[in-house]
Design a protein around this ligand. Structure first.
Ligand SMILES: Cc1ncc(COP(=O)(O)O)c(C=O)c1O
Length: 363
C-alpha cells in the first residue's frame, strides 16, 4: 500500500533517510490533542483559517520561541513549503541564490523549481565564510543566501558564534533554515541568526516535522511584518485561508497542554542514545544535535563507489556530493542518519558499514 514516503528495503539497515523512528511519533498524544481541539474550538477548527495562522498556535509559538512576535510569524505547511513561498516572493527566474556547501540537498530542487541559479557559498571545515560569501553575493547580486546553521543537514555541526555575528553584519539577505534547533543533546543550540539580527536581513524557517511529526506538514516563517503581510496576501492564501488550519490548531492544543515539551524531552533522550550507538560503534565524534553524522572516509575510498559495496553489505547512506549544489565535491564524505533506527540497528549498520569500507579500501 502506498501510504508513506519511505519503507525499509528488505535486508537493508538504511542510514540514508532523515526520517523519524516510527515508534517515536506521538500517536496517542496527538490523538488526544485532536479531540481536545474539536472540543474547545468546535466548528472553528474546521472553518477556513486566519491567513497567517490561528492565534492560539501563533501565540504559543511566539511564547515558546521567545524571539519573534505574532506580526513576524506566518504558519506554513513545513519548512519546505516556507522555502518555496519565500523563493516565489523574493526571487525572479535567473536570479542567483547562494547556498551553503555542503547543505540540505532537497532544498536545491525547491529553489530551482522557481528558476533561480544556485551558486555555492565559500566554506571551510567549520562552515560558511562570511566575508567571502558577502563578496560573492555582491558580485553576483544574489537575492539571498540559504543555510542550515544549527545542527546542520548533512554535517550535524553548527556555525561558530563569531561567524554568526559576522554573517549577520555583512549585508547578505539570509534565509535561515532552523529545522533542527530543538534537537540538542548536550550544549544548547547557539543563538539563531534571526535572533542575532533582529528582523533585519534574516528570515527564519521553522518546522514541526522533526520535533513532532513530518506528516503534520506544519512549520512557520519568521520575517519582517511587511514580508509576513505579503505572504498573507498571496492568492492561494486569500482563496484557501491559513495554511493547514485544523492541524495548526491541533498543534496549539498539543503545545498548550505541555505535550510538546514532554515529547521533545523524550526525543532528546531517544536520539541522544541513537547518536551514541552510531558514533560509538564507528568511533567518531558525536554531533551536539540534529540527526546526522558526516563521516570522513579513509583516503582513497570514494563515497559514490562505496555505496553499492555498502548495499551489498546490507546498509546504505547518502554520498557527500549530493549535498553540494552542482556536485563535483564531497566524495570523501558520507551522510549517516541516526534518526530512523533504534540503537541496536544502528550498531549493526555501523558494523556493516565498517566492513564495506574495509572491503572498498582493499583491507
Ligand atoms: C534542513 C532541512 N530543512 C527542511 C526539511 C524539510 O522540512 P519540512 O518537513 O518541514 O518541510 C528537512 C528535512 O529533512 C531538513 O533537513
Amino acid at each position: 500500500m502506498t501510504i508513506v514516503q519511505f519503507e525499509h528495503r528488505p535486508g537493508l539497515l538504511d542510514l540514508g533517510w532523515g526520517h523519524p523512528r516510527p515508534e517515536l511519533l506521538p500517536v496517542d498524544a496527538w490523538s488526544r490533542a485532536g479531540a481536545q481541539t474539536l472540543g474547545t474550538y468546535g466548528w472553528q477548527a474546521l472553518a477556513y483559517g486566519h491567513a497567517t495562522g490561528p492565534a492560539p498556535l501563533v501565540d504559543w509559538l511566539c511564547d515558546h520561541l521567545g524571539d519573534a512576535t505574532a506580526e513576524q510569524t506566518f504558519v506554513t505547511a513545513g519548512a519546505s513549503h516556507g522555502l518555496a513561498l519565500l523563493t516565489q516572493l523574493l526571487a525572479e527566474p535567473g536570479d542567483v541564490v547562494l547556498v551553503d556547501s555542503p547543505t540540505y540537498h532537497l532544498a536545491f530542487k525547491i529553489l530551482t523549481d522557481h528558476g533561480v541559479r544556485l551558486v555555492r557559498a565559500p566554506a571551510d571545515e567549520h562552515g560558511l565564510l562570511p566575508a567571502e560569501t558577502a563578496a560573492l553575493a555582491r558580485s553576483l547580486d544574489a537575492v539571498f543566501l540559504y543555510l542550515v546553521p544549527t545542527f546542520g543537514n548533512p554535517t550535524g555541526r553548527s556555525l561558530p558564534l563569531d561567524r554568526r555575528r559576522e554573517l549577520v553584519s555583512v549585508g547578505v539577505p539570509i534565509v535561515e533554515d532552523d529545522t533542527y534547533r530543538e534537537l540538542s543533546y548536550g550544549e544548547p543550540a547557539p543563538p539563531a541568526l534571526w535572533r542575532l539580527a533582529g528582523e533585519e536581513g534574516v528570515v527564519r524557517l521553522g518546522s514541526f516535522a522533526k520535533t513532532v511529526a513530518p506528516g503534520l506538514r506544519l512549520g512557520w516563517i519568521n520575517a519582517s511584518p511587511i514580508l509576513v503581510e505579503r505572504l498573507a496576501r498571496l492568492g492561494y492564501v486569500h482563496s484557501g485561508g491559513g495554511v493547514n488550519h485544523a492541524v495548526a490548531l491541533t498543534m496549539a492544543s498539543f503545545g498548550a497542554s505541555g505535550a510538546y515539551d514532554r515529547h521533545v524531552a523524550g526525543l532528546r533522550e531517544a536520539y541522544r542514545e541513537q547518536r551514541d550507538a552510531l558514533t560509538g560503534a564507528l568511533r567518531v565524534p558525536a554531533p551536539d544535535g540534529g540527526w546526522f553524522v558526516w563521516l570522513r572516509l579513509p583516503d582513497g575510498v570514494d563515497a559514490e563507489a562505496l555505496l553499492p559495496v555498502a548495499e551489498e553489505h546490507g546498509t546504505s547512506f547518502l554520498p557527500g556530493p549530493v549535498f553540494y549544489a552542482g556536485g563535483g565535491a564531497g566524495s570523501e564524505h558520507v551522510r549517516l542518519s541516526f534518526s530512523h533506527l533504534p540503537p541496536a540497528g544502528l550498531a549493526e549498520a555501523a558494523a556493516r558499514l565498517t566492513a564495506a569500507i574495509d572491503a572498498a579500501a582493499g583491507r
